[in-house]
Design a protein around this ligand. Structure first.
Ligand SMILES: [Ca+2]
Ligand SMILES: [Ca+2]
Length: 95
């Protein structure tokens, strides 16, 4: 049996990593609030169609903003892959 409480990157799903890379519009390794909102609006339907995002995970700008707030655990206004993966894996049931 796998220990889901193991810390850090090893438990991160490939789906979370792939979604993070898709949303990181300027490819600098972090997500800003604007990137999350803009990327989900412009790429969300395509990601959902290819199975990289649940359809119910698509929302409006307020939903995207709320997702960002939930994920930004240290409050520095950018999301690292670790912060992002922890939330989407739990929310989308990927890990
Ligand atoms: Ca970025
Ligand atoms: Ca952060």
């Amino acid at each position: 049996m796998r220990d889901a409480r193991e810390t850090h990157g090893d438990t991160m799903s490939e789906k979370a990593r792939k979604l993070f890379e898709a949303l990181d519009l300027d490819h600098n390794g972090t997500l800003t609030r604007d990137e999350v909102i803009i990327a989900l609006r412009t790429k969300g339907p395509t990601l959902a169609a290819s199975g990289d995002l649940p359809f119910w995970g698509l929302g409006d700008a307020d939903d995207s903003s709320a997702l960002f707030d939930a994920a930004d655990q240290n409050g520095d206004s950018v999301l690292t892959l670790e912060e992002f993966a922890a939330v989407v894996d739990r929310r989308f049931g990927w890990s």
